[in-house]
Design a protein around this ligand. Structure first.
Ligand SMILES: [Zn+2]
Length: 177
């Protein structure tokens, strides 16, 4: 006897509830809060959230761009969030984790995501000048590397791009370079 649809517990477990039931908007909202905090401190507004395999957003490690605040060229939102996540779980491997970030990752951050074995990167808007998972390079999906990530783009893209536009417009008004 065959049934056309027989959902076994294994099937239910293998489905990813968040990616099916809702896109990554709620995680991106948290990342946007981080981006706003970065802008308030004078840094380019980029925010990131590391979502654990459980997809539980409560306590999910977050990061924001702190390059100016720390005078640190590596203090990008994704790096801050990755370090925090690794510290949280006590290991460098972040199998099954998802990085949700407002702006397409740069080569450094895309490389760090590959090194951390993150499962997925979700970003808001593309970065035509430095983007390294779609725009200039495709580091997250390069078959020559030993790990590849699923890439989801365009989540809250307008809100993410709008933060950047307003930040740079304000900076031009202030006459800074
Ligand atoms: Zn970066």
């Amino acid at each position: 006897m065959t049934t056309p649809f027989d959902p076994s517990p294994a099937d239910a477990e293998s489905a990813s509830p968040l990616s099916l039931a809702q896109p990554w908007s709620s995680a991106m909202e948290l990342a946007l809060l981080e981006a706003d905090a970065a802008a308030e401190a004078g840094d380019v507004p980029v925010g990131a959230v590391l979502v654990p395999p459980t997809l539980d957003l409560a306590g999910a490690p977050r990061g924001r761009n702190l390059r100016e605040a720390r005078e640190d060229p590596t203090a990008h939102a994704e790096i801050i969030a990755l370090r925090s996540a690794a510290e949280l779980v006590g290991r460098w491997r972040l199998d099954g984790w998802t990085c949700v970030v407002t702006l397409e990752p740069c080569p450094m951050c895309a490389g760090a995501l590959v090194n951390a074995r993150v499962a997925r990167v979700v970003f808001g808007c593309r970065d035509p000048k430095a983007g390294a998972v779609r725009s200039l390079f495709e580091i997250a999906s390069d078959p020559r590397l030993n790990h590849r990530l699923e890439v989801v783009e365009g989540v809250e893209a307008d809100a993410c791009a709008d933060r950047l536009r307003r930040f740079f417009a304000a900076r031009r008004r202030e006459g800074k370079k």
